[in-house]
Design a protein around this ligand. Sequence first.
Ligand code: PMP
Length: 287
Amino acid sequence: MKIYLNGKFVDKEDAKISVYDHGLLYGDGVFEGIRAYDGVVFKLKEHIDRLYDSAKSITLEIPMSKEEMEKIVIETLRVNNLKDAYIRLVVTRGVGDLGLDPRKCKTPTIFCITEPMNPLLGEDGIRVITASVRRLPVDVLNPAVKSLNYLNSVLAKIQANYAGVDEAFLLDAEGYVAEGTGDNIFVVKNGVIKTPPVSSSVLRGITRDTVIDLARELGYEVVEERLTLHELYVADEVFITGTAAEIVPVVEIDGRKINDGKIGEITKKLREKFKEVRTKLGTKIYE
Ligand code: PMP
């Protein structure tokens, strides 16, 4: 497997960065997780736009155009002869000294890892707990910025692990439902689909946006509004969305069964629709 690293393709064993890189020392950097399905990079432009927005928000200037960045993703997939893949695209502040001042970092570190990954969409629902650790408030470190600092999510995941369940949901600072450790949350009640707004400390997921569009195309009402845990507990259906997860039904939250522990009808319909469009919305790797 070849990895793109600062302008070169290198073997995995040789893909090394400095211990003085501020991406490592301070989590000072941004990234994207992207999928390719059957030779199409899913919503590549949207991912690149989000990467550049994250970078701008932390005043990290990426020294290339968005088009060049797209080419790096496509080229890495081509070099590795991949059609179905998970892609990790990372831009860090670069090498500096041991102080955290980003002005000492002259050149961003850029790398792109691609790994084979087959389409998932398994049928199994997951069990979830609410984490006691809250999602970062928007005025502390806005979750809309996909930064390398994922300790908030990692701590929530550790709680899920100790509880013996698959995932943890985080509340925002005010106690409203925010998101999972690497995914957005949706509920269905009486045929209406709801998801927390971006102001509730969530990343604007590319899958989230896709699911909102698909649901509306299917004729469902979709509302972005603040949700309480109570609304999750009594929902007809709950599911999560994310690049890696795609659309996954949630069958239990804090011990409360959702839809008798079975995947819901609307969740099922959205998964079918997503499966249908995932090879159509994006950029072709091989012309
Ligand atoms: N929230 C968080 C914290 C995430 O890490 C992710 C994964 N990128 C998501 C939501 C889902 O976003 P997307 O659909 O763009 O993968």
